[in-house]
Structures are given as C-alpha cells and as structure tokens.
Write a protein that binds this ligand. Sequence first.
Ligand SMILES: Cc1cc2nc3c(=O)[nH]c(=O)nc-3n(C[C@H](O)[C@H](O)[C@H](O)COP(=O)(O)O)c2cc1C
Ligand code: SF4
Length: 411
Amino acid sequence: MTNNPHFPLMLAPLKLKHNELKNRIIMGAMHTRLEALPNGAQRLADFYAERARGGVGLIITGGYAPNKAGHLEMNGPILHEHAQIDDHQIVTKAVHEAGSKIFLQILHAGRYGATLKTVAPSAIRAPISPLTPKALEPAQVEQTIKDFSTCAQLAHKAGYDGVEIMGSEGYLINQFTAARTNQRDDKWGGSVDNRHRFPLEIVRTIRADTPDEFIIMYRISSLELVEDGATGTQIISLAKEIEQAGADILSTGIGWHEARIPTIVYMVPRGTWSFAARRIKEAVNIPVVVSNRLNTPETVEEVLRDGHGDLAYLARPLLADPDFVNKAAAGERDQINICIACNQACLDYIFKAKAATCLVNPRAGHETDLQIIPADKPKRIAVIGGGAAGMAAASIAGARGHSVTLFEENE
Ligand SMILES: Cc1cc2nc3c(=O)[nH]c(=O)nc-3n(C[C@H](O)[C@H](O)[C@H](O)COP(=O)(O)O)c2cc1C
Ligand code: SF4
C-alpha cells in the first residue's frame, strides 16, 4: 500500500526477486504490427516509451514466435536469431530510460497460425481457421521447447527484464494442455500429467538456461470457455506445477480465441473475470495478475482490494491513454481517456493486416510521426465549433503553447 490518497493498492510497488516494479499496472501484450512498418523498431520504442513515461510499472511486448512454425502470420514477429537483437535493444533501452521494466512475450501460434507451416499437438483444424495443422513429431516437440528457450536467452541478451510465456487463449501451449486439441498417445498427450509436460518443460528449460534474476512470467488460461478445455481443477494443478517449475509470476488469460462467449467487448462488465484469477491466487505463492476489462483505476483498485490478484494487466486501456497511471496518481482521474472496448481500431485493424491504433486516441501507434511539440511562435487561435474535431484541435493547439479560444454555438 502507498500513501497515495487516490489508488493506494494500484500504486504500491512490488518486489520481484532482484527487481522492483514501481506499481501494480502491467501494460498487457498487444501485437500492434508496428514492427512491420518502415523504421519499425524506433516506432515500437517510441510507442512503449510513451507508456513507460505515463507511469506503467511493467510492459509486455506483443507476442514473438520462437520459430517459423510458430508464426501467427507470414513475416510476423519472431525472435530466433542473434541478428535480431539490435532492434530489440532500441526498444529495451528506450523503456528503461523512461523508467519501466519490459518483458518479451513468447507466443507460438500452433493451429491458429495463418501460414502453411502451421503445427499443433494433433492434426485438428481450429473452427476459426481454414488450415489443418500438421501434428508435431516427438523430435519437433523437443526442438520447440529448445526454441522457446533460445528465444528467452536472446530476449535476455537484448535487455529485456524477463519473458512472458503465452500459455492461454488457445495458442500452441494451450493446445497441448487441453484434451480438445491434444489427442496424442505419446508422453506429450493422453493423461493430464502428459498434457502438462510441454509447458512445464518450457518453463524448466528457460529457468535452467537464463540467469536467476531474469523473470519468468507464465500466462495461464484461467478459464477456457470451450468444450473439452481444461477444468478448474486441472487449471489449479497446472498453476501449482508451473510455480514449481520455476515461474516467478502467473498472469492470466481468459477464453480461447475460438470460444463463443465474449470476453473483451463492451458488453462484458468491467472486472468480470477476476474471480478466475482469484482461484489461482488462492492456490499458489507467487504473484498473480488479473486481466481483461480492467479499464478504470477504480476497477483495478477494487479487484486488488478484493484479493483477486496482486497486479493488473491492462492492454487496450493503455492504447487509449498512455498516461493512465500518472493521471490516476495525480488525482486527475477525470482526465483519463477511457477505452470504450469497441475494438474498432485495435483488434479490427490487426485482423485487416493494418497496424493497430485507437478510436479514442488516434496518436496510438503514431508516436514517432505525430509528435506534439511546442510551437516556434505561440499564436492566438480561434477554433470554430466545439464538436469532437474542434475540441481535439483546440486541446492539441493548447498543448503546443498556443492561446486558444473555442467558439461553439450551443450553450
Ligand atoms: C490489438 C491487440 C493485440 C493483442 N495481441 C496480443 C498478444 O500478442 N499476446 C497476448 O497474449 N494477448 C494479446 N492481446 C490480448 C490482450 O493482452 C488482452 O488480454 C485483451 O486485450 C484484454 O485486456 P484489455 O481489456 O485490458 O484490453 C491483444 C489485444 C489487442 C487489443
Ligand atoms: S480502439 Fe476501442 S477498444 Fe481499441 S483501445 Fe481504442 S477504445 Fe479501446
């Protein structure tokens, strides 16, 4: 707890091994596709640094594949070679200089991969994909575990403070842990213990191959929302095993992408899914992260106060407002630009192969090319019309140092 009168639990620091997070807000993983644009590394660095300056304690990158078979899409983000480290160093340096920690997320898409190389524990097509994956051979399973570790070691060399292993939302690791997608009869399938072997080996291998201070976070599926997904009991035992295997934090994910139940759109009430994180928190001794629809500081404070978790994972709310934490801490809650969970410029753009931005913050993803800098010569500016465009123009002109008068015909 801090002395901050506004959100004392949300703003409390957390000791994590040799590191300290300055508060409980984690910027959740979002693949923005900025890395694919010209000057991509710098754009990503500017995007994350702005959120770091805005006060978040920890940033998680969007998912990076550990090998080519793990790609979500052709030429998607991947970290598997030394030559790629330089670009990542631009990002980690910018975030550290801006005062936050940053982890790389390792995401193997499995049967959700939109490439011809797509693989899975068993050759079963996902209902949301036109492609049937190839079942991994036993030697390929072993190699994939090594690839996760190589990716983590490269992330360490690139300056990341840790990694998040993506084990939820129905991606490859989740496909191993659930009977729905794992019909193998070797040591990687069949019994629950066999199905858990793949993520446990990944965590153990990364733990053995990286220094102790390098933090391992595992994103566990805390609720599957699909038929033949893991049961609550199986999820709890996996959480305990992942802790035993050497993970330092458990973050949570909700539902597979193919689930029919909405998990993040506007009609899902804020904080709805925090009970699923709580079940895990009660079973383990490492910090647990609550996620999904925590888009106001009050919701974050409430889920922490109710003991649902130790930290909060906010993805879209930090697209909408990079200064979410600083504004909450300064008592300027009413100035926070709240994510309206419309998905129209973030996820919908990603599905259309465009770079993500935000309906309520068009600067998101344009931090490099749309800078609000002080004007050389401050002027007196009249803005005619107080609609959304007029107000935005007036506020940005004001931020640049102009003296602005806004005229609006209505009261
Ligand atoms: C544009 C976009 C990209 C995302 N990419 C990833 C990803 O790469 N890895 C991941 O684990 N989750 C990803 N997510 C899911 C978020 O981490 C988060 O779970 C989800 O948005 C719900 O949290 P929120 O309500 O705070 O946004 C993505 C979400 C969005 C909107
Ligand atoms: S586009 Fe909509 S859902 Fe996405 S971050 Fe912005 S307000 Fe939130």
